[in-house]
Structure formats: structure tokens, C-alpha cells
Design a protein around this ligand. Structure first.
Ligand code: HEM
Length: 507
């Protein structure tokens, strides 16, 4: 399929129209007289160490790469605005959600398993990370396009990711690893069904929903709390890529989703999403038949209907990919007063992992990079007792006292009642509580039997068969089908027939 040229293809032509040629300089600003030849002793002689413009450029080039994200390495993003359109002050005191408030946002969308240069139209969840520059600090809602996840214990996260990445010897993607992990971890069933359904390959980033996935806590100004799930629903409508086309696009237009987002915004066809919450009281979740903080489960939309909160519109492409998108650091731990974590083990694990990887990927002062800096939009003043560190290029709190408590007007807690976290009562045996067999099939059964229609079920089976038959260890195929057969008898039978394996006898 031939690609129509879009604004992204003309970026340089547009640059030329609005910029004049400047004098070339070194990094330290000295004008340069020549940029095509090195200094040599005679026309055929060796180089001189005194050719500093050459040495400086070489050294900078040698250091251009920073570590790519360990997951979600391939992605694209844009800026925009979030507007709180509805009054939810009865459940949440966060100023960003006060009706009428408009907040600048950054969104970054991504695939999960592939490297930074990998193709966009692969079967993989999509990251849906939103950064809101609120007047109470950064709020990062680091979401996916799926409402659930593969595992419910963060100790399994690295293991799951390893199984999706490359084989350590061959450096190839390895279906034996993917399906061995699945067959050994039935808790992944719900997410695998979602992934192998039509929604597993969304058409670009504009035609998919985003889900906070975890249960979060919202607190109002009376210090009362509820549990919520966040849903960003696409205003463009859901659209997926059919598997054959996805494979062709992966070869011919590997950056399909990045180009689609960039060009839509450049043409002022601004994509938007409406934010909703599902709200449940503590009394309600205690009556659930399942753990309300289990990331492999959804809340029923019949029982807990979507309540509208606001709308996000993306209307500004980045000016520079590396500084604004590659260096963007999203962390689920960044939440304003009024929005808090739940005891979901996965969320708790994530609260630590993101800032930790940012310290490694971007450095100690990653929060000073303008795209991450809460002060960039001039609506927040950061006042801390943190100091110095590599690449400290901010005000570093100037002459402000660097110890607490002090009597010299250093930063103080002025309104503890407004900003204290909601107090919780926790008790229980500190132990490694096994949860692998925590009802892995009831919700996948609803997904298979009620959410999908006949066509959706046929596609799901076809997509699973195509991938599962690539396993060269036949035992893995039998084990995976045996797990999937727990979802629905007919589903199990169809998979077993197509893949030529025997189902285990039912007792
Ligand atoms: C990226 C860890 C589960 C969504 C990342 C990164 C790490 C990580 C280390 C790289 C961050 C960076 O380099 O900036 C984990 C751990 C998890 C987990 C330890 C579970 C225990 C999830 C879940 C979701 C999610 C459940 C969605 C609901 C994302 C997104 C990104 C990301 C969207 C990319 C952010 C960006 O665009 O920069 N994750 N993750 N992750 N994760 Fe997770």
C-alpha cells in the first residue's frame, strides 16, 4: 500500500521556510571556519590532537545514546490540554479535577516488548502514559490500552518481560518462552485473551482507549475515600489493524503509529479522549467475590458505570523528540493530593520501579529536564531540602537553608490537613502470600462468551493458533491449550483440534 506524503515528510522543508542559516559553532560557541576536513600534517598525513572541533564532535557523537527504556522503548508522544468538564468534588479534592480547570498534558504512547526501532503494528499491549502539569505537582497516569495485566504479583513482572523479549543465546524472539510462561502462569489468561483478540493490534495510537488498570484511591476534602478505576475513552472510535495488513505495515511502514499521530496533529485533526472513573465504596469492594486490588480483574461496568470527569485533547507536536519524548519520565508514584495508590501489589511495585529506572536512564537530576520539571509551566514552585547531584542545572534552592527544621524561613508544611495522605489501617501476616490460583478464569469466560461476538471469537482462535503453533516444544502447546480450555469447553476443543493436541480428561 502506497503511503501518501504527510506533514511529517515535509518537516525539513517547513524548517527551511521559517529559519535562516546561522553561523556554525563548536559546542562552546566558537565560530567554525571549516566542517568537512580534519587538520592533517600534509594532505595525506596523520591527524593532530589540536583539531578540537573534530575531537569535540567525535566525543559528543560517541555519547549520543542513553539507555532505552527497559520496556516500552518504542513510542511517540504529543502535548495538549486536559479539561475537567464535570464536578466530582464529592469524591476527589485534586485541583486538576476541579470542574473548569485546564491543565497542560504530555502523552506518550508505546509498544511494550520491542526495542526503540521496532515496528508499531505488532501484537503487544500499548502504553498510554499521561503527564499532567498540575498546580499541585506532576500527576502521571501511566496506563495501558488494556484494563488488566498479565500478572498480579510484581515479583513476576521481570520474569514475564524476559519471556517476551529476546532469547539470551539466539537474540531472537522465542515463542517457546512466551507460551511456556503463559502455560506456567494461568493468571495471565485474561490479558492473553485481550492481547490475541482484535484489540491486540490497534490502528495507530488515536483509536484505542487507555486504562489506569489498577484500582486507585480518591479522597475528598472531608478526608472520605472511594476506590476508582480510570478510563480514557477514545473520541476517534476503536479501530484495529487486521493481522495480515499489520504484518505488511510492519515491513513497509514500521513507524506507522508515530507518523499517524504526528500528521493528525500537524493537520490540526486533534485527537481527544474522554476521561471517566468507575467508583466503588470500601463497603462495596469488600463484598466482591475477588480481590478488588487484583490487576488481572476488571470492575463490572453494569454495577459500576462510567462517571465522566474530563477531556484530553492533543494539539501540539514535540519540537524535539529526544528532549521531550525520549527523556520524558513517567512514574505512577507521581500523584497530587486527592489521588492515591491502592494496596494493589503491582501498583505498589511500580511506585518504586519507575523513579529507580529514571535515576539510571536519565540521572539523579532527571526532574530538572524541562519536560519532567514541575516548574516548567510556571504553575508550581518546587521547594525541597534536596541538593546538588550530577547535572544540577536548576536554581538548586539558591540560598535557602538546607536543613529542616530551621528558623530561617526554609520551606514549611503550612497546611498539613490539606496535604497529608489519607491514613489507612493495615494489618496482617508479613509473608509471601501465594495468589497464582486466585480465580483465573471467571472474567476471561465473560470476555470470551459475552464481550466477543462470533467473529471476535473466530479471530481470537486464529490469532492464538498462528502464534502457538510456532512453538517447537509440543508439550508447551498442550499445556497452553489445557490452561485456555478452562475458559470455555468449546474454545478448548477448537484450539485442541486446530493444534492437534489432546485435552486433559475432565474429572
Ligand atoms: C514503562 C516497570 C507494570 C505501563 C515502564 C518502565 C519500567 C516499568 C521500569 C520503564 C520506564 C522508563 O524508562 O521511563 C513496570 C513494573 C510493573 C509495570 C515493575 C509491574 C510490577 C505496568 C502496568 C502498566 C504499565 C500494569 C499499565 C497499566 C507502562 C507504560 C510505560 C511503562 C505506559 C511507558 C512510559 C513511557 O511512555 O515513558 N514500566 N511496569 N506498566 N510502563 Fe510499566
Amino acid at each position: 500500500e502506497l503511503k501518501e506524503p504527510g506533514p511529517s515528510d515535509n518537516q525539513l522543508i517547513d524548517y527551511k521556510k521559517s529559519n535562516k542559516t546561522e553561523q556554525l559553532t563548536t559546542g562552546y560557541g566558537r565560530p567554525i571556519g571549516e566542517r568537512s576536513t580534519v587538520i592533517t600534517v600534509g594532505p595525506r598525513g596523520p591527524l593532530l590532537l589540536s583539531d578540537f572541533p573534530y575531537i569535540e564532535d567525535t566525543q559528543r557523537f560517541d555519547r549520543e545514546r542513553i539507555p532505552e527504556r527497559v520496556v516500552h522503548a518504542k513510542g511517540g508522544g504529543a502535548f495538549g490540554v486536559f479539561e475537567a468538564t464535570d464536578d466530582i468534588s464529592d469524591i476527589c479534592k485534586a485541583k486538576v479535577l476541579k470542574k473548569g480547570t485546564k491543565t497542560r498534558v504530555l502523552a506518550r504512547f508505546s509498544t511494550v516488548a520491542g526495542e526503540s526501532g521496532s515496528a508499531d503494528t505488532v501484537r503487544d499491549p500499548r502504553g498510554f502514559a499521561i503527564k499532567m502539569y498540575t498546580e499541585e505537582g506532576i500527576w502521571d497516569l501511566v496506563a495501558n490500552n488494556t484494563p488488566i495485566f498479565f500478572v498480579r504479583d510484581p515479583f513476576l513482572f521481570q520474569m514475564f518481560i524476559h519471556s517476551q523479549k529476546r532469547n539470551p543465546q539466539t537474540h531472537l524472539k522465542d515463542p517457546n518462552m512466551v507460551w511456556d510462561f503463559f502455560a506456567s502462569n494461568p493468571q495471565a489468561t485474561h490479558q492473553f485473551l485481550f492481547l490475541y483478540s482484535d484489540r491486540g493490534v490497534p490502528d495507530g495510537f488515536r483509536h484505542m482507549h487507555g486504562y489506569g488498570s489498577h484500582t486507585f484511591k480518591m479522597v475528598n476534602d472531608k478526608d472520605e475515600f472511594v476506590w476508582v478505576k480510570f478510563h480514557f475513552r477514545t473520541d476517534q472510535g476503536i479501530k484495529n489493524v487486521e493481522p495480515k495488513r499489520a504484518k505488511i505495515l510492519a515491513g513497509e511502514q514500521p513507524d506507522y503509529a508515530l507518523a499517524d499521530l504526528y500528521n493528525a496533529i500537524a493537520k490540526k485533526d486533534y485527537p481527544s479522549w474522554t476521561l471517566y472513573v468507575q467508583v466503588a465504596t470500601h463497603e462495596q469492594v469488600q463484598k466482591f467475590s475477588f480481590n478488588p486490588f487484583d490487576l488481572t480483574k476488571v470492575f463490572s461496568q453494569k454495577e459500576f458505570p462510567l462517571r465522566r470527569v474530563g477531556k484530553m485533547t492533543l494539539n501540539e507536536n514535540p519540537e524535539n523528540y529526544f528532549t521531550q519524548i525520549e527523556q520524558a519520565a513517567f512514574s505512577p508514584a507521581h500523584m497530587p493530593p486527592g489521588i492515591e495508590a491502592s494496596p494493589d501489589k503491582m501498583l505498589q511495585g511500580r511506585l518504586f520501579s519507575y523513579a529507580d529506572t529514571h535515576l539510571h536512564r536519565l540521572g539523579t537530576n532527571y526532574l530538572l529536564i524541562p519536560v519532567n520539571n514541575p516548574e516548567t509551566n510556571k504553575n508550581v514552585k518546587v521547594c525541597t531540602y534536596q541538593r546538588d547531584g550530577a547535572m544540577q542545572v536548576g536554581h538548586n534552592q539558591n540560598g535557602c537553608p538546607n536543613y529542616y527544621r530551621n528558623t530561617f524561613h526554609g520551606p514549611e508544611v503550612t497546611k498539613p490537613e490539606k496535604h497529608l495522605e489519607h491514613a489507612t489501617f493495615e494489618s496482617g501476616m508479613a509473608a509471601r502470600h501465594e495468589a497464582n490460583d486466585d480465580d483465573n478464569f471467571s472474567q476471561p469466560r465473560v470476555f470470551y462468551q459475552k464481550v466477543l461476538d462470533d467473529r471476535g471469537r473466530a479471530h481470537l482462535i486464529q490469532n492464538i493458533v498462528e502464534h502457538l503453533q510456532q512453538c517447537t516444544d509440543k508439550d508447551i502447546i498442550s499445556r497452553a491449550v489445557a490452561v485456555l480450555a478452562n475458559v470455555d469447553d468449546d474454545f478448548g476443543r477448537q484450539l485442541a483440534t486446530r493444534l492437534n493436541v489432546n485435552l486433559p480428561k475432565k474429572h
